[in-house]
Design a binder for this molecule. Structure first.
Ligand code: ADP
Ligand code: ADP
Ligand code: ADP
Length: 214
């Protein structure tokens, strides 16, 4: 399986991707998680990225392309395919991805757009809880953990992302419509683009994905 998941913040990319990974045994590359790991490790890149992320802007194409290239080249899990979650977010990123895959004689199988109205995203984002080490996400109301603020699998604490507030979300949605919507147009012109109604229950979204895969 080689695919990308595109959708605004809160569309459900991080909720669905682990299910795809489990089914197909491919790697799940979530660029937001990768950046947050750099922030947590206080690397030079992490320090630069934190400010940009908190403002709801995009980290440079050059950095993001380098990050994805290095994972695709060296991560053994990606030999069996990949799910890109949060990349490409700009047209230059999409063009570079095409070049990278051409050089490997690989092809994308699916470019799936999770479509959802902006008005539904405030509740999803402001209630999101995450387990930083795994990227697992929960929701205070829609999908609460078994024990408050605790990851079901590891028992470790859950956190709220510093950019998961209404003000930062507004900026991220502005960025999405200006810079990432053109990426969906880019793939719409190919035969691999499909849309999914991401406003439904997670189980229904998963069923829509399976219909596309089969
Ligand atoms: P969400 O899950 O809410 O869609 P992500 O976790 O994917 O958000 O991304 C968080 C932030 O990381 C983005 O707002 C952006 O600043 C940065 N980021 C993630 N992926 C990319 C990318 N491909 N290009 C540029 N910036 C990115
Ligand atoms: P993304 O990775 O696209 O930013 P997430 O998968 O992290 O989005 O989902 C955002 C929040 O909404 C999380 O708290 C998650 O539990 C919740 N969520 C995900 N899918 C749905 C859904 N179909 N219905 C309601 N809430 C959802
Ligand atoms: P459904 O109730 O639609 O059948 P599932 O039971 O198939 O949903 O849930 C699939 C996965 O999504 C489970 O891991 C569950 O913990 C998670 N989940 C369920 N409801 C939500 C929600 N509202 N938001 C985010 N994740 C959810």
């Amino acid at each position: 399986m080689r695919m990308i998941l595109i959708g605004p913040p809160g569309a459900g990319k991080g909720t669905q991707a682990p299910k795809i990974k489990e089914k197909y045994g491919c790697c799940h590359l979530a660029t937001g998680d990768m950046l947050r790991a750099q922030v947590a490790a206080k690397t030079e890149l992490g320090k630069q990225a934190k400010k940009i992320m908190d403002e709801g802007k995009l980290v440079s194409d050059e950095i993001m392309i380098g990050m994805i290239k290095s994972e695709l080249d060296t991560n053994k899990e990606c030999q069996h395919g990949f799910i890109l979650d949060g990349f490409p977010r700009t047209v230059p990123q999409a063009e570079k991805l095409d070049e990278m895959l051409d050089a490997k004689r690989q092809q994308l199988k699916h470019a799936i757009e999770l479509q959802i109205d902006d008005s539904l995203l405030v509740a999803r984002i402001t209630g999101r809880l995450v387990h930083p080490a795994s990227g697992r996400s929960y929701h205070k109301v829609f999908n609460p953990p078994q024990k408050a603020m605790t990851d079901d699998v590891t028992g470790e604490p859950l956190i709220q992302r510093s950019d998961d507030n209404e003000e930062a979300l507004k900026k991220r949605l502005g960025t999405y419509h200006a810079q990432t919507a053109p990426v969906t147009d880019y793939y719409r012109k190919t035969g691999i683009w499909r849309k999914v109604d991401a406003s439904k229950e997670p189980g229904d979204v998963w069923k829509s994905l399976l219909t596309i895969f089969n």
